[in-house]
Design a protein around this ligand. Structure first.
Ligand code: UD1
Length: 383
């Protein structure tokens, strides 16, 4: 475990000021006058608030006048020290969410928690399993144990990876759940999973929140476990917990190409390195690419609503990975993408979201279109 107050990979000890006030916002006048429930919310603790999604949540909250405290490890795998984009309107604690003492102090005076701290992606290999479980699940457990002493509403950064494959319909057998695709079929270029009963072709459908969970890799298992722990916390304390299942988030500050990065960042990094984008399988796999500013807006709506529930956070506009490659390559002015037929064992074929519940209950509708978001992303600053 990393001790608190260490910034970046250099492991410098910083003065034992648990809150490094960068620019405290005096909200007292606004609290009295404003009817906006967000402004009345007081202070929100954002764990992982220096990261890709977390930092945008911080920006969005501060723009709306909420006071924000950030707890972030600045994990060396994700950061080379403090990122330049940190919002000076927040208070920053550089410490570990697995450290109960730091968490307890961070929770002091907090009215809601946005839990974004997480190790993401597929990892380098199975050796990463203990780190994923430690950061994601033990970290969440530590946070929840401290929160249970003083329960406040919690918004969890979840992921669509908990679903495993998306939803499929067989014209003969209705809704079916295909298992993992076999190496033999993938090697033969048969990328679409067949009906497990009759072997016929299936039609992919948008996945609703009540679909059964089928986490298929270590990261997915830890995200499913986070949801289960948060549900237990909600039942036992009566606190409102909102789990937001992010689909494929992209946008400025996305981490560069690492074993922990998603496809949009891999493509963008390839273009920046003067390489051609490599599209796996036949490029027809469907995802929902949602802009990070929309994800931040969904988080603020969830904090605002204070209502419990589980919601897909997605654009509602599914696109193929081939379309993603073409759009980003064209906007960047790079070479035409190459569809390679390669495959990764464990990848799912299609997964895209049903967005009705988030629209109805949170009032969330993504604002950034695929074309507009990709144009911006093609030249956006990565981390
Ligand atoms: C991704 C993330 C997952 C996150 C989820 C929702 C990873 C590894 N996966 O899942 O953590 O929770 O989005 O935000 O971070 N592909 C290529 N070329 C490449 C790399 C990938 O064509 O160079 C293809 C893959 O084969 C796959 C698709 O792109 O079909 C998506 O890949 P990726 O973003 O890695 O994984 P997701 O399953 O979408």
């Amino acid at each position: 475990m990393f001790p608190p107050y260490i910034v970046g990979a250099r492991r410098e000890w910083h003065p034992p000021l648990w809150l490094r006030g960068r620019c405290s916002v005096d909200m007292s006048f606004a609290l009295a006058a404003c009817e906006d429930p967000l402004i009345r919310m007081g202070t929100v603790l954002v764990t992982g608030g220096c990261g890709f999604v977390g930092s945008h949540v911080v920006d969005e909250l501060i723009a709306r006048g909420t006071s924000v405290r950030v707890l972030d490890l600045l994990h060396p795998l994700a950061h080379d020290g403090e990122p330049g984009y940190l919002n000076p309107g927040a208070e920053y604690v550089f410490g570990d969410v697995r450290d109960a003492e730091v968490v307890a102090r961070c929770l002091d005076g907090v009215d809601a928690v946005s839990h974004q701290a997480s190790m993401v992606g597929l990892g380098a290999d199975f050796d990463d399993v203990a780190d994923y479980v430690s950061h994601n699940d033990f970290g969440t457990a530590t946070l929840l144990r401290e929160l249970a002493r003083r329960p406040v509403p919690l918004v969890l950064a979840g992921s669509m990876v908990v679903y495993g494959e998306g939803r499929y319909r067989c014209l003969e057998h209705g809704l079916v759940r295909p298992g993992p695709r076999t190496p033999e079929r993938l090697a033969a270029g048969e990328f679409d999973p067949p009906c497990p009963t009759c072997g016929r072709a299936l039609v992919p459908e948008s996945i609703p929140e009540d679909a059964p969970l089928d986490p298929r890799n270590v990261y997915a298992a830890t995200k499913a476990q986070q949801e289960a722990l948060c549900a237990a916390f909600a039942r036992e304390t009566g606190a409102a917990v909102t789990a937001l299942r992010y689909h494929n988030v992209y946008g400025p500050r996305m981490p560069r190409d690492t074993p922990y990065a998603g496809v949009a960042s891999i493509f963008r990094s390839a273009l920046q390195g003067g390489r051609r984008v490599r599209v796996f399988e036949d490029g027809q796999q469907l995802r929902d690419f949602v802009h990070v500013r929309d994800v931040a807006a969904a988080n603020v709506l969830a904090l605002d609503s204070g209502g419990a529930g589980t919601f897909n956070v997605a654009s509602g506009e599914p696109h193929t990975v081939g379309e993603l490659a073409a759009e980003v390559s064209a906007a960047f002015g790079g070479m035409e993408p190459e569809t390679t037929g390669e495959y990764r064992l464990g990848d799912v074929r299609h997964v895209f979201a049903s967005t009705g519940r988030a629209a109805a209950e949170l009032g969330f509708r993504a604002q950034v279109s695929f074309a507009e978001g990709m144009r911006e992303f093609a030249t956006a600053e990565l981390r």
